[in-house]
Structure formats: structure tokens, C-alpha cells
Design a protein around this ligand. Sequence first.
Ligand code: PFF
Length: 447
Amino acid sequence: MAKLAHAQWSSKMTFVLAAAGSAVGLGNIWRFSYMVGDSGGAAFVLVYLACVALVGLPILVAEWMIGRRGQKNPINTMAELAANHGKSPAWALVGISGVLAAFLILSFYSVIGGWSLNYTLSSVIGTFNGQDADSIGELFGGMLESPATLLLWHTAFMVLVVGIVARGVTKGLESAARLMMPALIVLMLVLVGYGVASGYFGEALAFMFRPDWSALTGGVVLAAMGQAFFTLSLGMGIMMAYGSYLGEDVNLISTARTVIILDTAIALLAGLAIFPIVFANGLSAGEGPGLIFVTLPLAFGNMAGGTILGLMFFLLLTFAALTSAISLLEPVVETLEERTSLSRIGSTLASGIAVWLLGVAALLSFNVWSEVLFFGLNIFDLLDTFTSKILLPLTGLGAIVFVGWCLKRESTEAELGLSATGVNVWNILARYVAPAGVIVVFVAGLI
Ligand code: PFF
């Protein structure tokens, strides 16, 4: 849409904040820690770090390049760039699958955002004070068993997201991120300090960084790559859309490095905060999606000043989830707005309601529909698995292959501002290393 062609980020800082606002979210704290716990620890972490560096960085840069070249929404950008380079219109599929992935992810993301909202309120009223591991576990289990509670909080979260997107006030949130992001980091550091004091920090460190390679299966490698895509908001057309607002003066590679380092640091801090609590209390690292909700309240409920720290933590987590969720809804809304006769508000409401409905199906899979399985997975796990392990890697692969093989060398040079040698190195990464990485992991994970 024309709207995208025009405006530009006022400064590099604003852009970094917006991209980090999308990247840093539940994926770094909730999803990262439970995936590490589920997948046996360090082997997963190390593969994840390799994926972030070798696949995530080039694909992030590629998505921004496409966005900045195309200056439109992801679907039109891909169609137009393909046409300009004499390539098949089928390249628009990369944009389409990105928008579809964003839609699917937001549905279950909102359910977890709802948990975070619920826990913010519980912190305020001191629900966790003095509780032991069993009662914290029961509180969490009670929430999962109650469709009404999950529905209430999922709805509240979606109303917030739709309200913000419909009113177009996302810019205000980005400036708020300037304060919230450092605050989140400080709180994570406090929690890591608590972990050090617990005496179980060494075990947590070993769990996260001393690999038992025998735990490494094709499935774990694919899960690690899926996490890299999820956490960096890749393969959803989001970074492409952001790239379309990007001024020519912004250096894509160094900006990508900044966003990736920030995103990865927050995830690693989350792990270092959570696993000491797991080991100190004899909890299971493989607890699943509830991991942070049964570990952190335990810490907050039993530390000095825990009520206020717990409140701040869940508030910041909810805020981080909101900025990510907004970035997930935007491409869906923009696509509807452009391709139908719906207004901005109408498109936001229509996509919000559709996402909300799918989210209801996802939340029922924790209780009444727990036995409704597809390929052995409940609806929540199916949505997560299908997007992170299939749609995101394939969409990201499309983006990097397009940039590596279809974009003219002059365009690459102009976009990256690299010397001839630099462009050659980039070409090796974009043409071979990143695509081969995605394909190998993908095939290994599926067989
Ligand atoms: N990257 C976000 C997170 O780690 O929580 C989640 C997310 C946001 C995923 C936006 C995808 C996306 F397009």
C-alpha cells in the first residue's frame, strides 16, 4: 500500500527500537526457556546460537533489504521485485506465507500474553507470597484447567492489541520501549543474582552451556532453528515491512548485529535466571510451556521485595509481548486493508476477531480439547510446531534465496554498502551457507 512507500523511521535509534520491540517478547523468556528445558539444555542452546549467527543474521538482513528495495507490504514487495528482476510472480508466495504465519502465531501468542497479564494481577494482589513449589504449581494448573480464566485473559490481551493497532498508536509504544527494554534487562539481572545466591547457578550454567551431544537429534536441531526464527521475528514478513520504512543511510549489517545481540542476551539471561530456580526447588526443566509460570512466581514469592519485583517483571513481560503482538497483527491488517474494501478499523477488527477465535481453539487444548490431536499434537502445539518448524524456515529460505540469487549485484552493493570482497563474502553466506543451513536442518528434523 502506498502508505508504506512514504514515511521513514525518524532515526536509526527509532528503527532499532521498533525492530527490537518486535523481536524481544515472550519468545525470549517464555518460549526460549521452556524449549531449552524440553530439549535437554546446552546442545539446544549451542545449535540455537549457531542458527542465530549463520542463518538468522543473513535472513534478517535479507528481509530488510527486500523491504527497503520494494517499499511496499510483503506480498506486493515480493511480487514487484520479482517482476522487476524478470522472475516468476510465484515469489509473492514468500509474502503470503509470511502473513499467514503471523496470523497463526498471534493466535497462540495471545493466549500466553493472557497468562502474563493474569500473573501481573496475581502479583499485585500478592497471590504468590510465601507459597511453595507445590502451591505455585497448583495455581498454574488451576488456570490451565479453567477455560473461562484462559478465555478472559486471552480476550483481554487481544482487546489491548486490537485497540492499539486500530488507533495507530504503535509509535508511542516504540518510544516507551526505550525505557522498558533496559528495565527488563535490569530485572533479569536481579533474577540472575537471585539464582547465583540460590547456590544452584553452577548447575544452571552447566545445563545451558555444557552440551551432552547425545541429546542432539534432528528434532532438537529443527526446534533450535525454529526458535531462532521465532525469536528474531523472521519468516513472517514483519522485518520486510519494517525495512520498507528504512532510510538509505542505515547500515543493515551493523543494525542487525545490534538487534540480534540484544535479543540473544535477553534470552540467555532468562535461562540463567530460571534454571537455578528449577534446580534449587527440584522442579522439572522439561515442564513445558508453564516453565516460567511455575518458577519465577516461586522466586518472587520468597524473596525480599518480591511483590514489587514480580509485579514489575510480569508487567514488563506483558509489555514486551504486546509490542511483539502488535508487530504480528500489523501485516495481517495491512494485507486486509489493501486487498478488501475494509477500512483500517474494519480490517483490524476483522483480523483481531479471526485471530481471537483461533486462539480460543488453542486455549481449549489445555483443557476440554486436550484429547483433540492432529499428527499427535494438540491444537496449541500444532499451531506452534507448524509455524516455527515449517512455515517460518520456508519463508525465510524464500527471502534469502531471492536476495542471494535474484537480486542484482548492484542492488546488493547499494544496500549493504560493502567492498567488493565484502559482497563476495555476503554472497557466499546468502547463496550457500544460510540456505544450506535451513535445508539441512529442515530435512534432518523431518526424517
Ligand atoms: N519475536 C517475538 C518473540 O520472540 O516473542 C515473537 C514474534 C513477534 C514472532 C513477531 C514473530 C513475529 F513476527
